[in-house]
Structures are given as structure tokens and as C-alpha cells.
Write a protein that binds this ligand. Structure first.
Ligand code: AKG
Length: 266
């Protein structure tokens, strides 16, 4: 959807567009805010991400072949990767508050999805499953990924393919629940679209929505940043315990598994 210049400059959505963005995300499983970031800013971030990609993938042709030429890097915890427009974008946060509630949270580092020239189709998949796959009425969103396009997304360079409304479809089998992979028989008769958009656009996607990375037949990589946000549910603020090696050694394997959300203390 197109936002007004006023909304983009002020970082504040008007009531109608906030409602439309929220409804589109909830009903379709994703919403695209077209061209909301300045091109000079996009180029600056893209240059920094390209350096990281180069350091990881230069000479790593075998790794790339293994992943069908789809890849990505983790964001270093420094500028420009921690820019507020990426990690606390005001337009995005207004929508997230509507959809995930006031106390949503995110995790760092965030990632990126790069489709390199010569990539093949990914398998159609969800990034997360239904919280209660056994319940046939789908729940509201729990996890939303925010993608920021650092390139124009075209059919030629592998714009992501998505299945509108698929976030609400219950799983077809336990295998689908376990692997998050959707068999062709389930998706081939349903309509899909590619997220064609300008560089500097933002996509918010319910992570249950079926999607896949596509072939990039251009000669340039195509990248989007990927920041994930979660609804806060049954999660106390002190869920991360800090343990040193000595303290940890008194735990059984089972206790280590149950109390797995921990940091290492020196
Ligand atoms: O890069 C894309 O277009 C999609 C990537 C994706 O879905 C994934 O890696 O899980």
C-alpha cells in the first residue's frame, strides 16, 4: 500500500492507513508499505550489508550451491545495522502494536535474505507453525517478520512468492506441522503473488504465511533485511538465567534442556 508523504515524513500513520495495514496483515497474512525509506539511506545500508555478505560468501561457492544460492548474514550490533529505522521503525511499530499487543519483543541480531544470481526455487514453507496445530480455528498472529527491501524486487531478481490467506490454513498433516514445508498438492491450486516492490519498501508478514524465495535470473544479488517480532505470551521479563560453567555442570541434560534460555556468565 502507498502511504502519504506526510505519514512517511512524520513516521505516523493516519487512522485509515493504520486500520488498512492492520487488516491487510491479519486477513492476507502480509502487507507491503511501498517505498517508505529514502533511497540514499537504503544505499548506505545496502553497502554495509554487501560488505558482510562478501566477507561470508566470497569463495564459498560450495556453501551457496548447497543452499540453492539463497543466503544471508547476521547483523553486526553496530551502526548502520542498529539504525532506529530498522530496529524500531515508527511506522512498523504502530502496526505491530495493533497486531501483537503493546509488549511485543524482538531478538538481536536480526538477519537478511539474499537471493544470489543463479538461485533456484525454495520449497514452499511457513517460517513458524500454528501455536495449537490441533485446533482447527487459527489464532491471531504470534510472530511477524519485518522485511526491508534493499533492492527493487522484480520477477527477474526473485521477488518472494507468497500465498495470501495461507496463514489461516490449518496444517494438512503432522509432517507439515513438524517440517513447516507445504507439499505441492496443497499450494498448486491456490493463487499466489510475488512481492514486487521498490527498494526501501517494508513488508510485514505473519510468519505462518506460505512463501518461498525464487530464482534470480539477473546478474545482481537481491537482499532484504529480516527482523522478527513476537507477541509476549507466558514470558516473564527475567526468563534468561545467567550461569557460569561451574553452575551449569550441576544440571542433568534434561534440566539443561528445560532451562535452556540462559546466558553464559564468565
Ligand atoms: O528471500 C526470500 O525471498 C525468501 C527467503 C525465505 O523465505 C527463507 O529463507 O526462509
Amino acid at each position: 500500500m502507498q502511504l502519504t508523504t506526510d505519514e512517511i515524513e512524520s513516521g505516523k500513520l493516519n487512522e485509515n492507513n493504520l486500520e488498512q495495514a492492520t487488516q491487510t496483515l491479519c486477513n492476507e497474512g502480509f502487507v507491503v508499505l511501498d517505498k517508505v525509506l529514502e533511497q540514499s539511506w537504503v544505499q548506505k545500508v545496502k553497502a554495509a550489508v554487501s560488505e558482510e555478505l562478501k566477507a561470508k560468501y566470497e569463495g564459498a561457492e560450495e556453501d551457496l550451491a548447497r543452499t540453492r544460492h539463497h543466503g544471508g548474514v547476521e547483523s553486526p550490533l553496530k551502526t548502520p545495522f542498529m539504525d532506529p529505522l530498522i530496529i524500531e521503525n515508527p511506522l512498523v511499530f504502530q502496526i505491530l502494536k495493533q497486531v501483537l499487543g503493546d509488549r511485543f519483543f524482538g531478538c538481536l541480531p536480526y538477519g537478511c535474505n539474499t537471493v544470489f544470481p543463479g538461485s533456484e526455487n525454495q520449497n514452499v514453507h511457513r517460517d513458524c507453525g500454528h501455536i495449537f496445530p490441533e485446533v482447527k480455528d487459527p489464532m491471531p498472529p504470534l510472530m511477524v517478520v519485518v522485511n526491508i527491501s534493499l533492492d527493487e524486487f522484480t520477477a527477474e531478481n526473485g521477488a518472494t512468492e507468497v500465498w495470501p490467506g495461507s496463514h489461516l490454513l490449518v496444517d494438512g498433516s503432522t509432517d507439515e506441522t513438524a517440517r513447516l514445508r507445504i507439499p505441492p498438492a496443497r499450494y498448486s491450486d491456490l493463487s499466489s503473488e510475488q512481492t514486487l516492490m521498490s527498494a526501501g519498501s517494508i513488508v510485514l508478514r505473519d510468519m505462518r504465511t506460505w512463501h518461498r524465495g525464487m530464482p534470480n535470473t539477473s546478474d545482481q544479488p537481491r537482499t532484504m533485511l529480516s527482523v522478527v517480532y513476537y507477541r509476549q505470551y507466558f514470558l516473564p521479563d527475567n526468563f534468561m538465567v545467567s550461569l557460569n560453567e561451574d553452575e551449569l555442570s550441576q544440571f542433568s541434560d534434561q534440566a539443561k534442556l528445560v532451562f535452556r534460555l540462559r546466558q553464559t556468565k564468565s
